[in-house]
Design a protein around this ligand. Structure first.
Ligand SMILES: O=C(O)CCC(=O)C(=O)O
Ligand SMILES: [Fe+2]
Length: 482
C-alpha cells in the first residue's frame, strides 16, 4: 500500500528517564556470509498469473439490472450504446479506508454492480481458468511432478466499469481479506474495446520495488476471436488500475479461497501438467550444505525466516490456544516460496514453528525492539496501559524478546527476567514484522476488517553440529520454545 496512514500513537514519555546502553549484537562475518548464501537461495515467483480464454457464443451473454427488467448484452458484439447503458446503470464504486466504506474520486473512480445485479453465462470453473489459476499460484513443482495443494473455490464479487468519460482508475491498495482462507483475487476483463486501464502489481521492501503489469487492452487486441483476459493475484499484493484512455474496461471480479479439508488428499502427487519453476532443489542443497558443515553454528542456534507473503488472520480477541491454532493452520496455506521453505525445513527434521514478530519502535531512547509471539495479538491500543508494546507482549502474551540483552531493557524496567532468544534473520529486516503503525490501517477494496494481513515468520531450531535434527522426522510443525 503506498498511501498507508498511521494511527496516532503516543509514546509513554513518563518512562523516559535513563538512557540504557544498547548492547551491540556481535556479528560474525563468516557466519553472516554463509547465511547470505542461504538468503539468496530463496527465489520468489511473481505473485500473479494472467491469460486469455476464448469465449463461446453461448457463454457471451451478460444479464444485468436492478429491477425485474434485466437487460441482456452479447459482450462479444456489444455496441458502444449498450456498454454506455451498462455504465449508466452502475453505482459509484466505493473502497475501504480506516474500517469505513468511502467514496473518494481522487482515489477510485469506477462504476460497480453488486453480484445480485448481474450474471454472465461464462464459467471460470468450466473453462479451466480456475484450474490454471490454482496451478500457477499455488502448485509447486517437486521432482518432476505436481504436488497437489488443497482445492480452491471462488466467490463472485462485483462487476466494475472503468470508462474514459469520466476517466476511471483505482489507486494503490490491497484487497480486503474476507476470511482467513481468502488468498487471492481473480479479475476477468470482458472483450470490450478499451485503451489504458492496465493493472499494475507491486511488491516493495525497504530498498526495492518490483512491478508487474497486466495490460488487458493489449491482450484482448491480440486475440482473433472474442476472449476474456484474466489476471489472478495474491490479494495481499499492492495493486492499482491505471486510468482508462478510451472505451470501457468492464471487469468481473472474484475472491479466491482455500477450501479447508482434513484428508490425505493434501499431499497427493498429481500427474505433471505444466512445470512451475521453483528453486526448491537449490534451497535444499544450500541448507543441507550448511547443516553438514561442522563450523556452521557448531553449538546449534535459531533461524528466523520472515515469510515473503502476508496471511489473513482474525482481529478478534480469542483464547491463546485458538489464536495459536489459527497461526499453525496458516502453514497449510503458505504461498509460493513460503510453502517451499516450510516443506524443506520439515523434510530436514528441523523444529519449525510459525510466529508473529512485532517491532516496537516507539521508545525514543532505545533502538527498535523485536518481540516474537506464537499467536496474533490484535493491537487495539490496550497495550498502552502496559507502558510499551514490547512490555505488553512479553508480560501478557508470552512474547519472547529477540536479539536483546535481557539485562538492558525490560528487566531493567520490571525487575523481571524476560524470555529472550537469539535468532539469525533470513530476510530483510525489519519490514516483514508487524508494528502497531502498519498493521491495521490500509486502503482496501472494502472496509470490513474482521481480518487483517499479518506478516508471519518461521522460527527454526537447529541442533549442534553432528545432530542437527530437532524434531523426529515427519513430526511436522510443533510449537517450540527457545
Ligand atoms: O480491475 C482490476 O484489474 C483490479 C480491480 C481491483 O483491484 C479491485 O476491484 O479491488
Ligand atoms: Fe483490488
Amino acid at each position: 500500500m503506498s498511501e498507508t496512514e498511521s494511527p496516532s500513537f503516543e509514546s509513554s514519555s513518563e518512562l523516559v528517564s535513563t538512557v540504557v546502553p544498547k548492547v551491540e549484537p556481535k556479528v560474525d562475518p563468516i557466519l553472516e556470509q554463509k547465511l547470505d548464501v542461504l538468503r539468496s537461495a530463496i527465489q520468489h515467483k511473481a505473485p500473479f498469473c494472467q491469460g486469455v480464454v476464448p469465449l463461446a457464443e453461448d457463454d457471451s451473454y451478460l444479464f444485468y439490472g436492478k429491477d425485474s427488467n434485466a437487460r441482456r448484452i452479447n459482450i462479444a458484439k456489444a455496441s458502444v450504446e449498450e456498454v454506455q447503458r451498462l455504465a449508466e446503470t452502475c453505482d459509484p464504486a466505493t473502497f475501504g479506508v480506516n474500517q469505513q466504506d468511502v467514496y473518494d474520486e481522487t482515489y477510485r473512480k469506477a462504476g460497480k454492480l453488486d453480484r445480485r445485479e448481474f450474471a454472465l453465462n461464462f464459467s471460470p470453473e468450466q473453462s479451466g481458468m480456475l484450474d490454471a489459476v490454482r496451478d500457477s499460484l499455488l502448485v509447486e513443482l517437486h521432482a518432476g511432478s505436481r504436488v497437489g495443494t488443497e482445492p480452491i473455490r471462488m466467490e463472485l464479487y462485483k462487476l466494475n466499469v472503468y470508462g474514459k468519460c469520466p476517466q476511471s482508475f483505482f489507486k494503490a491498495h490491497v484487497d480486503t481479506p474476507r476470511s482467513e482462507l481468502m488468498f487471492g483475487s481473480l479479475v476477468m476483463v470482458l472483450p470490450i474495446t478499451h485503451e489504458g486501464g492496465a493493472l499494475v502489481l507491486r511488491e516493495r521492501d525497504k530498498e526495492n520495488i518490483e512491478e508487474w503489469t497486466f495490460d488487458s487492452s493489449a491482450l484482448l487486441a491480440q486475440c482473433n476471436q472474442p476472449s476474456i483476459a484474466y489476471v489472478a493475484f495474491f490479494s495481499d499484493v499492492e495493486h492499482e488500475v491505471l486510468p482508462v484512455q478510451s472505451g470501457y474496461r468492464v471487469t468481473i471480479t472474484y475472491n479466491l479461497y482455500h477450501v479447508q479439508q482434513k484428508s490425505d488428499a493434501q499431499d497427493v502427487v498429481l500427474p505433471s501438467a505444466r512445470p512451475v519453476p521453483t528453486n526448491e532443489e537449490i534451497f535444499r542443497s544450500v541448507l543441507r550444505g550448511l547443516l553438514d558443515a561442522p563450523e556452521f553454528l557448531p553449538n546449534g542456534g535459531n533461524l528466523l525466516f520472515c515469510l515473503h507473503h502476508q496471511y489473513p488472520l482474525s482481529n478478534a480477541k480469542q483464547p491463546f490456544d485458538k489464536a495459536r491454532q489459527a497461526l499453525i493452520d496458516v502453514t497449510s496455506r503458505l504461498k509460493g516460496s513460503d510453502a517451499m521453505i516450510f516443506k524443506v525445513l520439515r523434510e530436514l527434521s528441523l523444529d519449525t514453528a510459525p510466529k508473529v514478530v512485532y517491532e516496537d519502535a516507539t521508545e525514543t531512547w532505545h533502538d527498535a525492539l523485536y518481540v516474537m509471539c506464537d499467536h496474533v495479538v490484535p493491537l487495539d491500543n490496550e497495550y498502552l496501559h502496559s507502558g510499551s508494546l514490547a512490555q505488553y507482549l512479553v508480560s501478557t502474551h508470552k512474547g519472547i524478546l529477540l536479539n536483546e540483552d535481557p539485562d538492558s531493557y525490560i528487566s531493567y524496567r520490571d525487575g523481571c527476567d524476560p524470555p529472550a532468544a537469539k535468532v539469525y534473520w533470513i530476510a530483510p529486516t525489519p519490514w516483514r514484522v508487524n508494528s502497531d503503525k502498519a498493521t491495521f490501517i490500509h486502503y482496501g477494496n472494502e472496509a470490513k476488517l474482521a481480518h487483517s494481513y499479518w506478516k508471519v515468520s518461521l522460527f527454526v531450531r537447529i541442533g549442534p553440529a553432528g545432530s542437527r535434527a530437532t524434531v523426529a522426522s515427519d513430526a511436522g510443525a510443533t510449537p517450540v520454545q527457545p
